[in-house]
Design a protein around this ligand. Sequence first.
Ligand code: LLP
Length: 423
Amino acid sequence: MQPFRYRDGALHAESVDLAAIAAEVGTPFYCYSRAAMAAQYRGFADSFAPLRTLVCYAMKANSNQAVLRVFAGLGAGMDVVSGGELRRALAAGVPGERITFSGVGKTRAELAAALDAGIHCFNVESEPELLTLSEIAASKGATARIALRLNPDIDAGTHAKISTGKAENKFGVPIERARDVYAEAARLPGIAVAGIDVHIGSQITDLGPFDRTFAAMADTLRMLRAEGHAIDHVDLGGGLGIPYHAGQDPAAFGPERYAELAKRHFARADVAVVLEPGRFLVGNAGALVASVVLVKRGGDKRFVVVDAAMNDLIRPTLYEAHHEVLPVAEPPDGVLLDPADIVGPVCETGDYLAKARPFPAVSAGDRVAVMSAGAYGAVQSGTYNTRLLVPEVMVDGDRFAVIRPRTSYEELIGLDRVPDWLA
Ligand code: LLP
């Protein structure tokens, strides 16, 4: 489903004119389509039938309570990576038995909280973590269901900063150590070996690395069962990529071929499959809407300066990520498209949303939408340059609601404390 379309000369989210939202909440703001999120979830979850699956939304991609409610309402579980995310998932009504906990540096307090919540599985990333979890669980008289996150040393073919399955990356336990570490896990008090886990990276558009990874996991599953471990699930992580470029055919990014791979490797294994999609469920369902502050020339370049910046959406400068930028007012057919750098007001050369992008003439006050910003957008925002966290809005058909208001300067500056000796 394509939730953002021009209608009557203006870019709409579902049936709501983005300019109307801008007039009410001001810019910049993030806008999400509930229908697009739900459609992505259903398409994803359904494509794995007849496998027994648990889809644990990787909520790091977008953890607004309203977004979590959309997925929880459809039966999703959540993959959490911190005590904070665990609290958010529980607050959104996600039952503990549908929560997985990933991450290389879980603290004792976080492990204890997840044990208390009775989560489905700890995706353990190292032997020290395993020992600590065992100790805490045993002291509580509890049992932690665990999967070891295995590092298969496979190159996901994605940006270096979001590749996680190579030996040089900090994640998981080397797959060749699986036999030994599972044997150790089986001996530890408070630990129940339940699954195996992997996640090789994000925005993966070539299925080859997934195929090789799933094959390695299927081999490991057979080996561990032969060793006597009762493995009830395989967690295949997330990572499925989405279209970011205008010319790309969304149909080519469907979940079907990815799901086929999972079926090919696990349908006959009598094992449940856990999936942790993040970006796939929310990325194309969101846009960041901004206003043009001014247009300036520098050398032979045109700079469109907007009121959103790298602190609101850091993906372009952090990962050289491409996001389409559309004017909210539909440009007439055949309009001249001159290259422009679309930049924010932050005092850094890396503060840009798009570079050398063919773009129509715009002027101060015009609105623009940075597309495919539903994943890793608002959650990675900050307040650099004392800029306020921007609001988030959810659209549902012809209505919309602010699901996080803009913060205020009082709130932001009020976080600081001046010691007596400076007052
Ligand atoms: N599971 C684990 C253990 C993960 O670390 C991640 C993402 C996911 C699932 C979800 O991956 P996805 O389906 O969203 O690709 N900030 C970066 C992406 C970082 C991904 C981190 N881990 C970006 O904006 O591209």
